[in-house]
Each structure stands twice: as C-alpha cells, then as structure tokens.
Design a protein around this ligand. Structure first.
Ligand code: ADP
Ligand code: ADP
Length: 230
C-alpha cells in the first residue's frame, strides 16, 4: 500500500450564516513508512486534515488517498488506526475489551485475535491490567491503551492527534520513547498532530508546518536523523 496524500484539499465549514474556511489548497504527502508531524497554531486546520484523512469529515475539493484508497474505504477495511488526545476509552469496558473494539466495529471476531490483543498489551507495557477498567488506570496507562487499540487491526496508516496531550512533560517524554519503539516495530506510516515542537522533531522524519486563515502548508522540514528501521 501507499502512505497518505492530500492534494489541493479545500474545506469550508458552513453553519447558519457563518463560513469558516479551514483548509485551502492543502498539499500533504506522507510516504509509506514515514513519520510526519503536523504542527502549526491552534485553529490552522491540523485536526480537520486528520479527520478528512480518516473519512470522518468531508472535503470540498482536492484528492485524498490513504493506503491507496479513499479515506472511507481505508477506514472500512481496517487499514487505518487512530488515537486521539482524550484517549476516549469506554469506561465500562476492560482494557482488553477496549483494545478489541475496532475489531468489533469491523465485524471481526475478537476471540480469533486473543494473541494479538495479548501482544499489544505487552507492547505497551500493561501486562496484568487486561481486566482493569479505565477508571482504575493512570492517565498515561489510559493513553497506552488507546495506542494499543489504534494498532489492533495492524493498520498500515496510523493517525495520532495529540495522543499524549493530557500528560505532563516528563510523562510525555517517556511515552514518546515508547511510541517511537512501537512505530519502529510496526513499520506503519504515521501522521502525528502535535503542539510540541520537541515531540515533532524527536519522533518525525519530516515536520510539516501549517499556517492559519486559511489552513495551508507553509514549510516542510526534513529531520536529518537516521533511525534503525526494521
Ligand atoms: P487545529 O486542529 O489546527 O487546531 P482545526 O482543524 O480544529 O484546527 O480547525 C480549523 C478551523 O476550522 C478553525 O477555525 C476552527 O474553528 C474551524 N472548525 C473546526 N471544526 C469545525 C466545525 N465542526 N464547525 C465549524 N468550524 C470548525
Ligand atoms: P506513564 O505515563 O509513564 O505510564 P504514569 O504515571 O501513568 O506514567 O504511570 C507510571 C507507572 O505507575 C505505571 O506504569 C504503572 O506501573 C504505575 N501506576 C500508575 N497508576 C497506577 C494505578 N492506578 N494502579 C497501578 N499502577 C499504577
């Protein structure tokens, strides 16, 4: 499959007598296996670009391809995974059942994926917490559950919207180290939305800088750092 490409994408939100031009002629290319960080001021359209790439939001013009498919097709086929800032775990479901949720959405049998679920729990360091409820976990642990859940369909493309936004600086740092290890292990294409320039430069091959009013790409920075891809 291919990575992520948005070509000439425009998006205007229309409400009762109001219009917000969120994106104008946005071009964003994430080659297969790359890690791209998207940064820019609040309101410049980062989340909009991500939601469009996931098929959660329509766009007015331009072309979007994710793993060689339209966003809706890619999401329907389980080729994409996503982790949002607020973790968004279901509070009455155990860690194991939260991680299994995307399988149920895709109408796949979670019982046929027990080994994968156990492997992901190990990958994010939550052994022993399989049956814990989200309310029994720390913030960092909840966000690790969200990362595991985003990986359960073995997605080719991973979208991360401020996945550690709720954590303080020190915990973010340790989560970033974990996330990099996980990304190296899975070999997926990753697109990370973040406010943290440190985080962007640490994790990404390329940092894409957006500008607001309307949202567009104003700079692409290659991060010259050799990572041990497997
Ligand atoms: P960012 O993620 O960079 O903070 P967003 O993509 O959330 O930016 O927002 C881009 C612009 O679109 C902002 O002006 C925001 O107010 C507007 N916007 C985002 N979502 C909606 C929505 N559902 N309805 C109307 N306007 C929206
Ligand atoms: P991090 O974000 O680095 O995981 P946390 O503060 O979330 O940091 O957790 C640090 C460690 O403390 C966890 O890995 C876990 O082992 C332990 N821990 C935190 N909260 C709990 C809890 N509610 N129950 C049991 N252990 C916990």
């Amino acid at each position: 499959g291919e990575g992520i490409s948005l070509t000439g994408v425009s998006k205007t939100y229309r409400g009762r007598g109001t219009e917000v031009e969120a994106l104008r002629d946005l071009n964003l290319d994430c080659p297969e296996g790359s890690f791209t960080a998207l940064i820019g001021p609040s309101g410049c359209g980062k989340s909009t670009a991500l939601r469009i790439s996931l098929g959660l939001e329509s766009h007015d013009g331009g072309t979007v391809r994710v793993a060689g498919k339209t966003p809706a097709e890619a999401t329907r086929s389980g080729l994409t995974g996503v982790a949002f800032q607020d973790a968004a775990l279901l509070p009455w479901r155990s860690v194991r059942k939260n991680i299994a949720l995307p399988l149920e959405v895709l109408r796949r049998d979670p019982r046929a994926h027990e080994e994968q679920i156990a492997g992901l729990i190990r990958l994010v360091g939550l052994d022993g917490y399989e049956n814990a409820l989200p309310g029994e976990l720390s913030g960092g642990m909840r966000q690790r559950v969200a990362i595991a859940r985003s990986l359960i369909t073995a997605p080719q493309v991973l979208f991360l919207d401020e996945p550690f936004g709720a954590l303080d600086q020190i915990r973010r740092r340790s989560m970033n180290v974990e996330l990099q290890r996980i990304w190296l292990e899975t070999g997926s294409t990753a697109l990370l939305v973040t406010h943290g320039i440190d985080e962007a430069v640490f994790l990404a091959d390329r940092v894409v800088v957006m500008h607001a009013n309307p949202g567009r790409v104003v700079a692409v920075i290659d991060v010259p750092f050799e990572r041990p891809r497997t």
